[in-house]
Write a protein that binds this ligand. Structure first.
Ligand SMILES: Nc1ncnc2c1ncn2[C@@H]1O[C@H](COP(=O)(O)OP(=O)(O)OP(=O)(O)O)[C@@H](O)[C@H]1O
Ligand SMILES: [Mg+2]
Length: 268
């Protein structure tokens, strides 16, 4: 796949392991290019793959757009800042503040064709004033279907059991029983599947071994957090585990720096 555009805030590339979303991609194409095309909000639980889906779609359709741009839209300041970066490219609002530049970008886009804007993780406050009225395509991602003043919504669901198991077990034509079991236990959530697959590939741990570890960790954490086996909880658990790994890597790094220069301030 080619980059959707060049520039400072293009739509980033999707993960190389992207799979199993042909139907969703087709639905999004019809929603964006049909007779009543308008902005579309992709919604779904954390880690289900909304952001990845927009990235793949943007890169698959890169040839149709002169500009394909992603703005992080969880909060108004970031959304404005990301969109304002387009001002240079569109040759509007030179030497102004970001808010004026973003407004000029919205106006300029409304008057031309052939552009794609992706508002990732969009909140209503962030995108309310940033949606061009016509001329191109707008996709938003959000955990809630009601997070933007946008009529069309498309739900992104969990993987189906078979593709989920196949994703865990890419070396077998038919997924093994271990893959089927683990995929089910991970709730068919793409984020959790990806972490399991990457962990097993990196460590040589078997899928059944991962399942045993996971059962143990999840049981302990569920007791601690007093919540059920909802997929959002699983997501949180995996994020916690990742945070721990990152924390210990950071601590090791800091320790190594202190050893190299013991008299240096830790705030440098
Ligand atoms: N179709 C897919 N194929 C393979 N891996 C995927 C797919 N979709 C998602 N993933 C994996 O799951 C991870 C999370 O996906 P993504 O960031 O798109 O979720 P999200 O729904 O946008 O979550 P959030 O609500 O937290 O923003 C990705 O980094 C990727 O590793
Ligand atoms: Mg996302």
């Amino acid at each position: 796949m080619e980059p959707a555009t060049t520039g400072r805030a293009p739509v980033p590339r999707p993960v190389a392991t992207f799979t199993a979303r042909d139907t969703d991609l087709g639905t999004l194409t019809r929603a964006l290019t049909g007779p009543v095309a308008g902005p579309v909000t992709l919604h779904g639980i954390p880690g289900v793959g909304k952001t990845q889906l927009t990235r793949v779609w943007a890169h698959q359709h890169a040839d149709s757009y002169g500009i394909a741009w992603q703005a992080r839209a969880a909060d108004p300041l970031t959304a404005v800042a990301d969109l304002a970066q387009l001002a240079d490219r569109l040759d509007v609002a030179p030497n102004t503040d970001q808010e004026t530049a973003a407004a000029a970008v919205v106006e300029a886009l409304s008057g031309r064709q052939g552009w794609l804007l992706v508002f990732d993780d969009a909140s209503p406050d962030a995108v309310r004033l940033l949606l061009p009225h016509r001329g191109g395509h707008v996709v938003l991602t959000s955990r809630s279907p009601n997070s933007a003043p946008v009529a069309a919504t498309q739900k992104v669901g969990l993987f189906a059991p078979q593709p989920a198991a196949a994703f865990l077990d890419p070396h077998h034509v038919l997924p093994t029983d271990a893959a089927v079991r683990l995929a089910e236990r991970l709730g068919y959530l793409p984020l959790a599947l990806e972490q399991a697959r990457a962990y097993c590939a990196a460590t040589g741990r078997s899928l059944d071994g991962y399942l045993a570890d996971y059962r143990q960790t999840a049981a302990a954490a569920t007791r601690q957090l007093q919540c059920g086996h909802h997929s959002t909880c699983r997501y949180a658990l995996r994020r916690c585990a990742l945070d721990q790994v990152r924390r210990s890597a950071r601590e090791r790094h800091q320790l190594a720096r202190q050893r190299r220069s013991p008299h240096q301030s830790q705030f440098l």
